[in-house]
Design a protein around this ligand. Structure first.
Ligand code: HH2
Length: 264
């Protein structure tokens, strides 16, 4: 899953793809490099980010979704928490809704159900503006698992088919580096919930804390994180760095498939 932020303020690629032409050029590049899904976002969720009005978010994402759908053979995902954006984006051709709020906004579950789209339900403690101020858990893996199970149950109770549901521990969303690393280490416990697992660690601050590197120099750490996640059962990797991640994912997947095969 390639990240396509059409925002002025996203933490690593903000301001780069704010025209439709620039976004489409980046979309072409990511598809050529092997992305199977493009995640189009018009509102940054980085720590401290300010909310964006719906009309502004729609102005940013709709022309880009329409342009991608006209030209490229790729699944478009809409990264939003707003039911109105979900509906309009799916009407414009998005087939997946990536909601960092896990469809908790009023009307979001219904919008996702009516759109007939796949949904990614992500765990977040708090809200983007304040989530990194003091993340706190008793047992982070259990609490994230309980939340994801509850949201997946709620989605199905509202009429969203189980096969359409993807889950995500939400790395960096109300979590310290230790929380993030523990969730990655224990990813199999979350995969055991029985839904395809999406992970997004690309360029995030935990990679910086472990390696001491700035946002622009975290590609190698991101590739390693993607491989570690796929080796632990992740099925979709959300990344800014497609070509190198595709190779890492292929290798990790090939090794993962050999687990439990052959001699005892
Ligand atoms: N991370 C970001 C945004 N959306 N969605 C899912 N499902 N999982 C993630 O880990 C995730 C996400 C944050 O990264 P980015 O889009 O690069 O930055 P910003 O939120 O500043 O636009």
């Amino acid at each position: 899953m390639g990240v396509l932020n059409v925002t002025p303020d996203s933490f690593s690629d903000g301001g780069r793809h704010t025209t439709v032409d620039a976004a489409l050029a980046r979309a072409r590049e990511m598809v050529a490099q092997g992305a199977g899904i493009l995640d189009v976002g018009g509102e940054s969720t980085r720590p401290g980010a300010a909310p964006v009005a719906q009309a502004e978010e729609l102005d940013r994402v709709l022309p880009v979704i329409e342009a991608i759908r006209r030209e490229l053979d790729v699944v478009v995902s809409i990264d939003t928490m707003k039911p109105g954006v979900m509906r309009a984006a799916c009407a414009a051709g998005a087939e997946m809704i990536n909601d960092v709020g896990a469809l908790r906004a009023e009307g979001a579950v219904e919008a996702a159900r009516d759109a007939g789209a796949a949904v990614c339900l992500m765990h977040m403690q708090g809200e983007p503006r304040t989530m990194q101020q003091a993340p706190r858990y008793g047992e982070v893996v259990r609490e994230v698992a309980d939340f994801l199970r509850e949201r997946a149950d709620a989605a199905q109770a509202a009429g969203i088919a189980r096969e359409r549901i993807v889950i995500d521990p939400g790395f960096g969303f109300g979590k310290t580096a230790t929380h993030n690393l523990r969730l990655l280490a224990r990813l199999p416990a979350l995969c055991a919930l029985g839904y395809p697992m999406l992970v997004g660690l690309s360029r995030k601050s935990t990679l910086g804390q472990v390696t001491g590197r700035a946002v622009g120099d975290r590609q190698a750490a991101g590739v390693a994180a993607a491989a570690l996640a796929v080796a632990r059962g992740a099925r979709i990797v959300r990344t800014h760095d497609i070509a190198v991640t595709v190779d890492a994912v292929k290798l990790a997947q090939a090794v993962h498939e050999q687990e439990g095969q052959g001699e005892e």
